[in-house]
Design a binder for this molecule. Sequence first.
Ligand code: FE2
Ligand code: FE2
Length: 292
Amino acid sequence: MSSDTRVRFPDLNAAAPAPPRAPASGAPASKSLKEGGTIEPVREILWGNSVGVRKFETAQELPVDMRKLIIKLMVVQADTEFASIQQHRPWLDSAPTLEDRWIEARIVADEARHGLQACRILRDFGEEGQGYIDELLAKREGQHKLDAFNMKFDRWSDVGAFCCFVDRVGVYQLRAFQECSYGPLARAMPLMLSEEQLHLNFGYSVLKRIAKDEGKYYGTKEEAQAALDKWYPRALDMFGHSNSETSRRAIEMGLKRWTNEEARARYIEEVTPLVKAAGLSLPNPDFDRHIL
Ligand SMILES: [Fe+2]
Ligand SMILES: [Fe+2]
């Protein structure tokens, strides 16, 4: 980026380590909005090779390699959103309780909005972006990029395990983009994250109810454990290869906060006590893995 002419903000992040813990977007400076405070937008790049430089705000000003990477990331993101709609669809009117059906409908609406959000970012890349959107919209079950999104929800326990483990990886991927160096992507994160939080909380509650209230809810503890064993390895795969050059470049560009293996380790640390509290057990992290 030697020909970069964007404004450099003086000293704002001079001491910031890379990658720092970025503040949540819209974090109040001191008082909340309710209390009459204000929101300080983060305008500069917080980590990577261009710390302190204004964020990229349009597709046109992106360097070629960053443009390519953002397109790639958004295509994968949108693909997972649209795929999960296909996976949830059969449960819209067959989930065990009325509340479960309502949450299924809510999840499907949220995933459609997330897909739309990723496609809006792709649209900014003109004809090239539109070409990818057209391909995404034509994809059917079994044609998706990641294995976790080509598998069916055969039982209600699959819905619980998918939302608990696979959506949770989605949250890690989104959190890695929080306050990233591409403004339009950074600004899309807060709403997507709050919606995803519902999905994974719901997934955990479904799985725990199946495991703990055997007979009173929809499924057995054995089914809950089988669903965990089915989805957890696919969830760990979703973080991508350890020592990935792409994830290293994404951090340098200020796009992602963690390497694949860092994010995967944090995830394992988070789910371990949850699974134990549900009375279930986690397989070894190497069990049934396709991507290491
Ligand atoms: Fe989503
Ligand atoms: Fe989700």
